[in-house]
Design a protein around this ligand. Sequence first.
Ligand code: DX5
Ligand code: ZN
Length: 216
Amino acid sequence: MAKLAPSILSADFSCLGDQVMEISKAGADYIHIDVMDGHFVPNISFGAPVMKSLDKFETAPYDVHLMIEHPEKYIEDFVTEKTEYIVVHQEACVHLHRVIQQIKSFGKKAGVALNPATPVSVLEYILEDIDLVLVMSVNPGFGGQKFIPSATGKIKELDRIRKSKGYHFIIEVDGGIGLQNTEEVISAGCDLIVAGSAVFKGKSPEANVKAFKEIL
Ligand code: DX5
Ligand code: ZN
């Protein structure tokens, strides 16, 4: 069964604790933590202290998406008991293999994200070593953007490769996901859905999570 990781980028930061507890109780499998530095992407979100402020609440584990330059300098900051995945961008890492090992050295699962213009082939020599590939289905930087359809083909390609080689990584999709295109990405082979605005806007986050979970 595919899983859901609501992105708190679209949450109401004035009551973040309540919101993460609400979505966790409603069935969110992970809390997607979107970290932006204003360099790798044209927006600044929040850093490790905000994530760590959620440690005291009963929530789903964290799926940390680092949209930052030099992620190797900050990996340790995002390691807490509740961190399950730490995901770095291929485009931000000169020494990707080293960063993957660094994440694993803290006992965490390592993921690599690909921007829409980056082909799957750049990961050929690393796929065996990673736990997750994040397919960006928008250009990273903002919530509420439109899904880029070529992401579906990338998910299919990754699914084909892992089946033929027997690799264990899961496939995550992030950007422009709503109830209307969830089935499409899942049947392409996606295991983990990120949704920001579709969870935190509109009806209540609780109702939105439940609607997603029904499809999943
Ligand atoms: C985009 C972020 C996404 C974003 C998703 O840069 O990585 O996680 O918050 O938001 P929606 O679901 O609104 O596209
Ligand atoms: Zn994200």
